[in-house]
Design a protein around this ligand. Sequence first.
Ligand SMILES: [Zn+2]
Length: 84
Amino acid sequence: MEYVIIKCPYCKNYLTAPTNIKTRTCPYCGRKLKIPTLKVIARAKNGREAAFIVKILKAKEAGMLEILYGDKKEKHRSSKSSHT
Ligand SMILES: [Zn+2]
């Protein structure tokens, strides 16, 4: 069964869902999500692949992409949004 990877619009966590379901309760914030209204981040052939993609996406968000790709150049500083 094909899966989609979506992002919860409320808590911004990634979650997976089989393509044949239309609603999914977010396991992180408990809200009901209408899958067809959400942007599909990625598609996977099965649940295991979907879980793997989520892992990659989370690593990416955590700033581990440099590690994954072996790029040690860190140009981005941890810029705190200090606009008052
Ligand atoms: Zn959520």
